[in-house]
Design a protein around this ligand. Structure first.
Ligand SMILES: Cc1ncc(COP(=O)(O)O)c(C=O)c1O
Length: 315
């Protein structure tokens, strides 16, 4: 979906009109992928707009910065407040939230340390990532011919702009071959994740998902779904999975801030389970949507209200 091109972007503490939020083409990040970022969402709920797990997202941003030796004069609360301030300044009700920290304009040697660490917070309205129909019917995916990054090459736990060169290869190949998404294996052939989503398989009523050592991003939706599943008494195991475990699963689903909870109905043209959204996926999907939409009580303290919340009795 094209950008609306309106609203204001937070740039190094100032709110700048969308069209003026530019950087120089000789900025380090443009050449060497020296940026880290987040993707979070703010949802409209009956008690007003609420960001989902904003603290966890901003904490992960700080962790990505730490790995890449980036320092910026904001602490966790400072980042959270900057996001909330930007949403309020744009009077947004529901939006996608993209904080970005990057190496700016100074020199173009590979060494990033000479270049200033700059930051931006960009907001836009973004609906369902893989389409509304996908949430109900599921998506057709393929195993990517591209592997995820090998351990000790590019750190998968950092949400760095550089990692998305790999994601783009996976996504482009999937689209070129007529699929909605790709699932990448790690270099040892274990299931890793989608181009921008983690994944779960369901087998005999239990959930399995690759562990962080299999070159995944430590997803916040993944963590939320594991928590919701355990609340239901569903067993959740983080374990390495061979490719064929996907084909033999009763259900497979993607999770992520963009994809939310999206069923996978086929992989490499092999139907998964009944070839449509399965009951465990549907149950967890509903539980997830009920939390983010403020339909069920926020038992885990996952929602940060942007504006003064409506009193509880107004629910
Ligand atoms: C590569 C990758 N894996 C997993 C995820 C899911 O992470 P989260 O649930 O925190 O959005 C994302 C999305 O940010 C991603 O880009």
């Amino acid at each position: 979906m094209a950008f609306p091109g309106t609203g204001r972007i937070w740039m190094n503490g100032k709110l700048v009109p969308w069209a003026d939020a530019t950087i120089h083409v000789a900025s380090h990040v443009v050449h060497y992928g020296s940026g880290v970022f987040e993707g979070a969402r703010c949802y409209g709920t009956p008690r007003g707009s609420a960001c989902f797990r904003l603290d966890a997202h901003m904490r992960r941003l700080q962790q990505s910065m730490k790995i890449y030796r980036m320092e910026y004069p904001l602490d966790l609360n400072g980042w959270i407040q900057a996001v909330l301030e930007t949403i309020r300044a744009n009077a947004m009700k529901a939006c996608y939230i993209r904080p970005l920290v990057y190496r700016g304009y100074e020199t173009l040697g590979v060494n990033p340390l000479a270049c200033p660490v700059e930051a931006a917070i960009i907001l836009w309205e973004w609906g369902t990532y893989l389409g509304q129909e996908a949430l109900e019917q599921g998506v057709d995916v393929k195993i990517a011919s591209w592997a995820r990054m090998a351990a000790n090459t590019l750190p998968a736990l950092a949400k760095s702009t550089a990692n998305y060169a790999n994601s783009a290869l996976i996504k482009m190949e999937a689209l070129a071959d007529g699929y909605a998404e790709g699932i990448a294996l790690d270099v040892h052939g274990h299931v890793s994740e989608g181009s921008g989503q983690n994944l779960f398989i369901v087998r005999d009523g239990a959930l399995f998902t690759p562990p962080i050592a299999n070159s995944i991003l430590g997803g916040i939706t993944r963590d939320s779904v594991m928590t919701l599943a355990r609340d239901f008494g569903i067993s959740v195991t983080e374990t390495s999975l061979p490719r064929e475990a996907l084909y033999l699963a009763d259900e497979v689903f993607f999770v992520g801030t963009a994809a939310e909870v999206t069923p996978v109905r086929s992989i490499d043209k092999i139907a998964i389970g009944g070839g449509r959204r399965g009951p465990v996926t549907e149950r967890l999907q509903r539980a997830f949507f009920d939390v983010i939409n403020g339909v069920t009580p926020d038992r885990h303290g996952w929602l940060t209200y942007v504006y003064a919340p409506e009193p509880a009795h107004a629910r």
